[in-house]
Design a protein around this ligand. Structure first.
Ligand code: 5GP
Length: 178
């Protein structure tokens, strides 16, 4: 099967506006405690995370760390298997943490990851996702910040890939199977 790019689902302008709003909300919720560890889930969320943290106030003490997990192979359907490839570099014990993910679909990846991070005793642990496919959920995940809810359609761009392709697109687009 081969894939072709479909229509724009979310434009770069809409994404950029929403990213700014979420960054402001996260900073506000973090309150007087200006320190925050922002954990990005590689590879998809790296694009979202770098835009997000650059919209946060300069006087915040923001640390960025990454984890690499996978629940998808080269196909467009979930395997349900979550593997950890790369762990955080620093301890999150006693820290305010926001986990940044590109998309929550079945919720399996995030729920597994959150269980793991909770065991490391952060002061707080919140979840920020750019996209949410609510109707596909198989396990409950508390999403604190969500960019956009989208229907059950496979999308690419702004970090999201299809068999490794199209992460670099500025807009989020659909994919057509041929
Ligand atoms: P979950 O464990 O919630 O089912 O899946 C989360 C992961 O599935 C995301 O990090 C992402 O890699 C992948 N995923 C789910 N839906 C999509 C989609 O529409 N497009 C792309 N590119 N990846 C998706």
């Amino acid at each position: 099967m081969s894939y072709k790019l479909g229509d724009v689902i979310l434009s770069r302008e809409a994404i950029s506006r929403r990213v700014k709003e979420i960054a402001e909300q996260i900073a506000k919720d973090n309150g007087k405690d200006k320190s925050l560890v922002v954990v990005g889930i590689l590879t998809g969320a790296a694009f979202f995370l770098t835009d997000l943290v650059r919209e946060m106030p300069e006087d915040m003490d923001i640390r960025v760390d990454f984890m690499s997990v996978a629940s998808y192979g080269d196909s467009t359907t979930s395997s349900g298997i979550v593997r950890i490839f790369h762990d955080l570099k620093s301890s999150i014990e006693g820290k305010n943490v926001v986990v940044v993910e590109d998309i929550v679909d079945t919720g399996l990846t995030l729920s597994h990851l959150l269980d793991l991070l909770k065991n490391r005793n952060p002061a707080s642990l919140k979840v920020c996702v750019l996209l949410d496919k609510k109707e596909r959920r198989k396990t409950e995940v508390k999403v604190d910040y969500c960019g956009f809810s989208i229907p059950d359609e496979f999308v690419v761009g702004y970090g999201l890939d299809c068999a490794g392709m199209w992460r670099h697109l500025k807009d989020i687009k659909g994919v057509i199977e041929e």
